[in-house]
Every structure is written in C-alpha cells, then in structure tokens.
Design a protein around this ligand. Structure first.
Ligand SMILES: Nc1ncnc2c1ncn2[C@@H]1O[C@H](COP(=O)(O)OP(=O)(O)O)[C@@H](O)[C@H]1O
Ligand SMILES: [Mg+2]
Length: 288
C-alpha cells in the first residue's frame, strides 16, 4: 500500500525489480513514449493492462484482462461493473499503488513508473477514513502535514477546501458530530485540498442514503465545473454512473475487461427520471 495515509495524495510508486512482467512481455505499443500517443496526451491511458492475484488455494486468479482505456483531461469517467469485476484493482493500478503484470499505464503524459508528481493525484476511498480525534479542518489539514508548508498556509488552504464543499460552519466539529453527508464533504475537501489534477474515487458515496448521495453528486459536479480536474470514479450504481460521467467504461465480470465505453450525451444536470437519461440507464444495465 503506497498511499501515504497521512496525505491521501498518492505516493510515487517504488521502482521494483520484482515487477512481474519483463519489457519483453509488454505489447509492442510500450516502445512508444506516453507523450507520443496523442497530442496533447490524455491524462490517463491504459494499454493492454492485465493483472492476476493468487487465489485462495494459491492458484492464479485472473482479475483484469487486456484493459485499454483513455481518459481525456478535464473529463469525468466512470468505471462501472459488478462486485468483483476488478474496478478497485484498476483504480489502484492507475494510482500506482498496484503494478500490472502486463501492459502500460501513462499518467499526465508520463509512464506511471517515471511519473514524479503523484501529489497531483488524489484518491477518495469508499469509507471516509476521518481521524475521530481531529476536527473537520484538522482532518483536511492533515493531508498537507507531510510537506514543509507553514502551519498558517495549511490552515488557510484547509479552510478554503471546506468552503468549497460548503462546510465552513462545521470546521471545528469532530467527525462524531457530523452527519454522513457532512463527513463525506470533509473527505472530499481532504481530497481537494492539494488542488489535484486527477481525482480518483472508489465508490465514495456508496454508504450514503439516496437523497444525500444525490446531493453529493450535485456538489461534485459543481466543484468539477470550478476546478476542472480529471475524475475517474468507480461505481456499481448505474444511475450514479449516468448522472456523473462524460463516459462510462463498462466492465465485464472477472476477469474484468472493458466491454464498452459509452458516451453519456444528455446535458447536465441529468434527471434519472427523464426519458433521455433513462434510456442510458437501461442500456448500461443491459451491458453489465
Ligand atoms: N490483494 C488481493 N489479493 C488477492 N485477490 C484480490 C486482491 N485484491 C482483489 N482481489 C480479488 O480480485 C477480484 C477483483 O477485486 P476488486 O478489484 O476489489 O473488485 P471490485 O472493486 O470490482 O469489486 C476479486 O475476486 C478479489 O477477491
Ligand atoms: Mg471495489
């Protein structure tokens, strides 16, 4: 696990000689540089990414197979699939936490292994992971504590991030004093305080009730309009995928492959009861 728990920004992957694949195993496209792929290069591109784990009996468990995916800058892409289809594994590969067995991962125009600006990549987990003994603002500030930023500047930025998620008036509250939606806002502020270029989210709103979840969707879209970071989020919720995403990559059950990448055309805000939106929901339901 190379996410620095104190920062919630992604730590640089350690170059490892035990990396399972040799250069020879990789597809021929790996001879190109990431920046060659397109001009300007996409924020994220995955080519021929495969991954297996050791199964319960020690046998190889094929989890991801030949994944090709491109995420353009400023877009919102949803990874949609059933439980166990490898969505979290794929997100962890994008973040450099897990190395693929085969294939290549480019991020912000660099090979994942060469990329050295992991602070530009934030990760929001399924559970909020707030520290119970710290106030909301101290939880957000915590992300900045690993660097050399002066305390006053950390506090200023944390305050700004809480303002962005509309939670300024609760900045001195402890997590137990906050509702589920408010905790989710703090977790979002903590992911945004580093002003990331890329925001990776693993089912971040799945523990919220439907109404609060819908509010958080609106909040995320509002913030995306302002900040324009590239977002990749994982979900098994078809409605969530259609409401949020510019594109939805639909994954097959294990071994996860990308079945189809669907452009979601309707203008935002998208009301899941509107026929144009409903037709996308039905189409995606048919694909997973
Ligand atoms: N570290 C690991 N070791 C062994 N098996 C794993 C590991 N991580 C995930 N898996 C297995 O890989 C498959 C995909 O997991 P995951 O990526 O978490 O799926 P999803 O997020 O789509 O539910 C599951 O069968 C899971 O049990
Ligand atoms: Mg998962």
């Amino acid at each position: 696990m190379r996410i620095r728990s104190s920062t919630f920004a992604v730590e640089p992957p350690v170059k490892s000689s035990s990396f399972a694949s040799s250069t020879m195993d990789r597809p021929a496209v790996a001879q190109q540089t990431c920046a060659d792929a397109e001009h300007p290069p996409p924020t994220i591109s995955l080519t021929g990414v495969s991954k297996h784990f050791a199964g319960a009996g020690g046998e190889p468990l094929e989890v991801l197979k030949e994944i090709n995916l491109t995420v353009a800058e400023h877009t919102i892409v949803g990874l949609l699939g059933a439980s166990g289809s490898g969505k979290s594994t794929l997100l962890n590969i994008i973040s450099g936490i897990i190395k693929p067995d085969r294939g290549r991962v480019c991020i912000c125009g660099a090979e994942s292994e060469e990329f050295n600006d992991w602070r530009a990549v934030s990760y929001m987990f399924q559970e909020d992971r707030l520290l119970p003994w710290r106030t909301a603002i101290d939880n957000v500030e915590f992300t900045l504590e690993a660097g050399s930023m002066p305390r006053a500047e950390r506090t200023r930025r944390a305050h700004k991030a809480l303002q962005l998620v509309d939670l300024s008036s609760f900045q001195r509250a402890f997590p137990y004093q906050l509702s589920g939606g408010m905790r989710s806002r703090v977790a979002l502020a903590r992911s945004l305080v580093t002003e990331p270029r890329v925001l990776l989210m693993d089912e971040p709103f799945s523990r919220l009730d439907a109404q609060t979840r819908a509010l958080m969707h609106q909040e995320l879209l509002r913030i995306h309009q302002l900040k324009r970071m590239t977002i990749v989020f994982v979900t098994h919720d078809v409605e969530e995928a259609v409401v949020l995403a510019d594109q939805v990559a639909v994954m097959s059950p294990r071994p996860g492959t990308i079945r189809e990448v669907v452009d979601i055309a309707p203008a935002r805000p998208r009301d899941p009861t509107q026929p144009e939106v409903t037709s996308y929901i039905q189409r995606l339901r048919g694909l997973i």
